[in-house]
Design a protein around this ligand. Structure first.
Ligand code: GLA
Ligand code: GLA
Length: 674
């Protein structure tokens, strides 16, 4: 097994220059490229007219790939439909939330419910599977591309109503779950139910949640429909689709619940585009966010994932699209491997000549490879990756988990109340992850679908929407010796966003040994203090006022009407302990708090000392017990780090000193046998 190196390739754009395609394969080989992903947006050449198929160009790609020992990930074309299809079947086009049907254009502009769209997708997918399903070089099916978005057409409305009927059975149950007597929103007929829209209903939070759940389910249903079309001819090849992250902070993609979607893909794959060299944060802070999101996507299936797309240099959709500085490509790509990827795949292998992505980074650009620094750096990475095939299939061993939940995220976004501008769920997740990243402690970022057993420490930041089922899992975890940390804004609402009577889920208060009475909030310039021993830390945005039933106070508020009352507490519960951090603090308090816990729980770190927290050391453990250490310097200066003895540098084969020097932006990979 090899680590995959390669990526999205669009030979359909070069049909008038066939020699270009041949040259490309020669360049691929030279750069240690072993995989190409093709076909994602090729529907208009695959099926230029309804039921007339053209495979000659794709046959040639498979032939060339096989001649060059390159594997093919084959995309299905549903991400962008041809013009003729939209003209003949207008219902395939999406209807927006203002209930206007889109014109043909862009991509991903289709209705996932449309019977006509599903039928045309079935036909083209079946043809692809029939022709290529048994090709020796076919590595994987890549369904569509970055499924996303929603449609508000009549077919979708009726599917949504059906989904609600299945879920609730009766309208009374819907009305109760939605608290619909509020503002007289009671439904008296299923037909009155409509997707949330700015020209209609936006205020019913449970409706918003259910619509998002429905969009996820409908997208999964479409994915399964695509997959079923392949299976008649190809049922032994893994099937996946590429996931995404949102915003320049690389937060979990908001439009779909990947904790659900991941259950139907054979391997999680995703598209990672950090804005390296930006002007608002250090490379190390961005690297932390890259670490967090990869730790989440790896944990979705608790198996190695694939980076399906990344840029060899710059993208075309950030505000400023900076080329990666020399060396950054190696460091950034190795970081993806360090967090559990078995690939570095790119968008794109060759830049297009026209249209909107012509200035997106690519392995082969407009400047020929011989003069192209990006191509050279890709080739160097290819060489280093070829040394690391033993990494394939290896996992991270983590004793710490941070909890994330898509539905909670959605519910927090809807909250009208508290400090709206100070909500910052994602920033809080990063803040609670930071102490571990900085101290080289492996972390899994898990969801409610993961097993909690096996972790020593589980961190639950801002779990506002909190089911009874989740509580039960946590109780079992803590009773059997686990340590859990909760924060402000926890356990307030159930799955349809109805507030628990008493203000907080009773069982959670019991677990924490507290009774929560009030959530105080601050304007951005206002603060309180948190007093811990002799130290004083700042409190901002949120401060919970609570009484203790069985918990012990660890830290106290320094001012305001609850001065002297507990701000942080710990409760012994079964064989474990439950911490409650009632207030939002800065990194200083969290670093102290978690450093103490690491020591107390005897949680191991991948390094002992280091000259800067901008150095990150992550490990993966192969089935044969070999541990891979990735020592990564995200600072622009020479740094050194102390690692375990007897490590061997993979590139040189030499045993290294326990104190390892790393040049600016250097990454070293070392192995040990356990
Ligand atoms: C207005 C409305 C009320 C309520 C309050 C909230 O006064 O009349 O129904 O929405 O705002 O502040
Ligand atoms: C996404 C898409 C690709 C391409 C890249 C550009 O990941 O899947 O087709 O548009 O973005 O960064």
């Amino acid at each position: 097994m090899k680590l995959l190196h390669g990526g999205d390739y669009f030979p359909e754009q070069w049909q008038t220059q066939p020699e270009t395609i041949k040259e490309d394969f020669a360049y691929f080989k030279q750069a240690n490229i072993n995989t190409v992903t093709v076909g994602m947006f090729a529907w208009s050449i695959l099926e230029p007219e309804e039921d007339h198929f053209n495979f000659a160009w794709l046959d040639q790609v498979f032939d060339l790939a096989e001649e060059n020992g390159i594997k093919v990930i084959l995309g299905t074309p549903s991400g962008a439909r041809p013009n003729w299809l939209a003209s003949k079947y207008p219902d395939v086009l999406r209807v927006n939330s203002r209930l206007e049907r889109n014109l043909f254009g862009g991509r991903h502009n289709h209705c996932f419910t449309s019977v006509n769209y599903r039928e045309r997708v079935r036909i083209v997918n079946e043809k692809l599977a029939e022709r290529y399903g048994q090709r020796e070089s076919l590595l994987m099916w890549h369904l569509s591309n970055e499924y996303s978005g929603e449609c508000h057409c009549e077919q979708c409305q009726s599917a949504f109503r059906h989904w609600l009927q299945e879920k609730y059975g009766t309208l009374e149950a819907v009305n109760q779950a939605y608290w619909n007597t509020f503002w007289s929103h009671t439904y008296t007929d299923w037909q009155q139910i409509h997707s949330p829209t700015e020209v209609g209903e936006m205020a019913v939070h449970a409706l918003n949640l259910d619509w998002r759940r429905f969009v996820t389910d409908q997208t999964i249903d479409f994915y399964l429909h695509e997959k079923a079309a392949l299976q008649r001819y190809s049922d032994d090849v893994p099937v996946t689709t590429n996931f995404m992250a949102d915003t320049e902070h690389l937060i979990p993609f908001q439009a779909l619940d990947y904790s659900k979607f991941s259950q139907v893909v054979d391997v999680v794959t995703w598209d990672c585009y950090p804005a390296w060299h930006n002007d608002w944060e250090s490379e190390a802070n961005l690297a932390l966010k890259v670490g967090f999101i990869n730790d989440l996507y790896r944990s979705l299936k608790e198996q190695p994932f694939l980076i399906m797309e990344s840029s060899p240099s710059f993208v075309n959709w950030h505000d400023v699209n900076r080329p990666k500085r020399p060396g950054m490509h190696q460091l950034a790509s190795m970081q993806l491997l360090a967090h559990g990827s078995d690939s570095v795949l790119y968008f794109q292998m060759r830049a297009s000549k026209g249209s909107s992505e012509k200035f997106h980074g690519s392995v082969i650009g407009h400047v020929p490879p011989e003069r192209n620094r990006v191509y050279q750096e890709v080739a160097t990475l290819g060489q280093r990756m070829a040394e690391l095939d033993g990494l394939v299939g290896s996992m991270k061993q983590s004793e710490v988990a941070v909890y994330y939940d898509w539905e909670n995220d959605w519910a927090l976004q809807d909250i009208q109340g508290f400090s709206k501008t100070g909500m910052h769920y994602h920033r809080t997740l990063h803040d609670h992850y930071r102490p571990f990243w900085q101290q080289d402690v492996n972390v899994d970022v898990i969801t409610k679908n993961n097993a909690f057993e096996g972790y020593k420490l589980l961190i639950m930041p801002m779990v506002y929407l909190h089911s009874e089922d989740l509580l039960e899992k946590i109780q079992t975890f803590v009773k059997s010796g686990g340590t859990v940390v909760y924060t402000y804004l926890s356990g307030m609402a159930n799955e349809t966003d109805l507030v628990y009577e008493g203000g907080t889920l009773a069982g959670l208060q019991d677990l924490l040994g507290v009774i929560i009475n009030e959530t105080d909030v601050y304007y951005p310039s206002q603060t309180n203090q948190l007093l811990l021993g002799d130290a004083t830390y700042q409190v901002h945005d949120y401060a919970t006022v609570f009484e203790r039933t069985s918990a012990e106070a660890m830290a106290y508020y320094g001012s305001d009407f609850y001065q002297g009352e507990a701000a942080v507490s710990v409760n012994h519960y079964g064989d474990g302990q439950a911490y409650y951090i009632g207030a939002r603090t800065g990194d200083d308090f969290l670093a102290t708090f978690y450093t103490d816990l690491l020591e107390q729980l005897n949680i191991s770190s991948n390094s002992s000392t280091k000259t800067s927290q901008d150095v990150s050391v992550q490990t993966r453990e192969a089935i044969d017990g070999t541990v891979y250490y990735f020592a990564m310097n995200f600072s622009n200066q020479l740094q050194s780090v102390e690692l375990s003895p007897n490590l061997v540098d993979v590139s040189t084969g030499q045993e290294v000193e326990t104190s390892l020097d790393l040049q600016a932006f250097e990454v070293k990979v070392l192995i040990s046998k356990t």
